[in-house]
Design a protein around this ligand. Structure first.
Ligand code: AMP
Length: 125
C-alpha cells in the first residue's frame, strides 16, 4: 500500500515548465491555473508543488507549511476570482477527486475551484 508518484503526469510537467498553463496564482508551495476544459464559468485548479497523489496523501505527507500555503492559496484564488462570499462574491465549490471511485484523471493532488453560476446538486450521478 502507500503512494507512488508518477512524475510523468501532466501537472508534474506543468510544474517543470514543460507545458504551458494559464496561471492565476503562484505561491511558495502552490500553483493555481485555469482548467483546460472548464466545467463552470470559473474553473481553477490549485495544486501543491510537492509530489503528492491525492488529498489524503498530501494531508499525511506534506509539511505544515505546505498545507497552510495550499489552503490559503485556495482562499486567495476565490478572492482573485471575485467569488468569495466574505468579499461580496456569489460563492464557489471546491472538490478533489481521488482514485478510481473519485474518477481522478491526473495523479497529482489538485483542488478544483468552480464558480460563476449556480452549481446545482453536489453530485450528478
Ligand atoms: P481530475 O478528474 O480531478 O483528475 O481532473 C483533472 C482536470 O485536469 C480536468 O478537469 C482536466 O480538464 C484538467 N486538465 C488536464 N490537463 C490540463 C492542462 N494541461 N491544463 C489545465 N487543466 C488540465
Amino acid at each position: 500500500m502507500g503512494y507512488e508518484y508518477d512524475d510523468q503526469n501532466i501537472f508534474a510537467k506543468i510544474l517543470r515548465g514543460e507545458i504551458p498553463n494559464d496561471t492565476v496564482l503562484e505561491t511558495e508551495h502552490s500553483l493555481a491555473f485555469r482548467d483546460i476544459a472548464p466545467q463552470a464559468p470559473a474553473h481553477v485548479l490549485v495544486i501543491p508543488k510537492g509530489a503528492y497523489v491525492t488529498q489524503d496523501h498530501f494531508a499525511e505527507a506534506a509539511s505544515a507549511d505546505e498545507i497552510v500555503d495550499f489552503m490559503r492559496a485556495v482562499g486567495e484564488v476565490c478572492r482573485i476570482l471575485g467569488v468569495a462570499p466574505g468579499a461580496g462574491g456569489a460563492g464557489f465549490r471546491t472538490l478533489s477527486n481521488a482514485g478510481t471511485h473519485g474518477v481522478q484523471e491526473v495523479p497529482h493532488f489538485h483542488m478544483h475551484v468552480l464558480a460563476g453560476r449556480p452549481l446545482g446538486p453536489m453530485l450528478a450521478a
